[in-house]
Design a protein around this ligand. Structure first.
Ligand SMILES: Nc1nc2c(c(=O)[nH]1)N[C@H]1C(S)=C(S)[C@@H](COP(=O)(O)O)O[C@H]1N2
Ligand SMILES: [Mo]
Length: 222
């Protein structure tokens, strides 16, 4: 069992959550345009930053190597539960990709090291009926994507950014990376990947954020 299950809601966080829900209601930051992902590198309404801002609800769980566990379960042929050594023993790959956050910043050329989801899919073998993937995190956060969005060559479980272990604030030791979608779909402090038959909107998706989250279609809210 995970000992320090922290809750994402609570007195301090409630205000921040409400503010962000308000933005969603008001359609803040929407430019109402559609980007051309072939022609432009920066999606509509985004601005380029050089750093990597930290965004979460201020609950940053301390996932020590001993506490780390990753469950892969749900509608699969092979359920798995990995400790950190077992995760680290998986085949590792590297990639470079851009990040796009719904709060309007993007950054380019992040160098990642981690495990391709294709490796995960080969190990767990989703059942034919499985159509969705839910990420669960050590802080209680959840977010959902479709299996076809998950099953892409640039989607990774990552533990290194620009040659260094991903730090606690950015979701280390292991987080998701789904570079084609707004960054709230990339769960930090990854705890569990659940394959499901039906969709289960996650933390922000049930608070006004878009279910699909394609930055090129500016799917911020809705
Ligand atoms: N576990 C967890 N993952 C999370 C979040 C969170 O609060 N908890 N916030 C999401 C949101 S809203 C964003 S914008 C990105 C920010 O990632 P970063 O802090 O590494 O930039 O993480 C996403 N993943
Ligand atoms: Mo966010």
């Amino acid at each position: 069992m995970v000992e320090d299950d922290v809750t994402l809601t609570g007195a301090i966080k409630e205000k921040l959550i409400e503010a962000k829900q308000g933005w969603a209601r008001d359609g803040r930051l929407l430019t109402g345009t559609t980007g051309d992902r072939e022609r432009d590198r920066l999606p509509p309404g985004q601005r380029l930053v050089k750093d990597w801002p930290v965004l979460d609800l201020g609950v940053e769980p301390d996932v020590t190597p001993r506490k780390f566990r990753l469950d892969l379960d749900g509608a699969v042929e092979n359920r798995l539960s990995l400790n950190l050594d077992e995760y680290m023993a998986l085949p590792m790959v590297e990639s470079i990709s851009d990040m796009h956050c719904v709060t309007q910043w993007s950054n380019y050329d992040n160098h990642w090291k981690g495990v391709s989801v294709r490796t995960i899919l080969d190990m767990v073998k989703p059942q034919k009926e499985a159509k969705h993937v839910i990420f669960h995190s050590f802080d209680g956060y959840t977010t959902n994507i479709r299996l076809d969005q998950f099953d892409q060559s640039d989607v990774y479980l990552v533990h290194e950014w620009n040659g260094k272990p991903i730090n606690r604030a950015h979701g280390g030791p292991v987080r998701m990376l789904v570079p084609q979608l707004y960054l709230w779909k990339s769960a930090k402090w990854l705890r569990r990947i659940q394959f499901t038959i039906s969709d289960h909107p996650g933390f922000w998706e049930t608070r006004g954020y878009h279910n699909n989250a394609d930055p090129w279609l500016e799917e911020r809210y809705g």
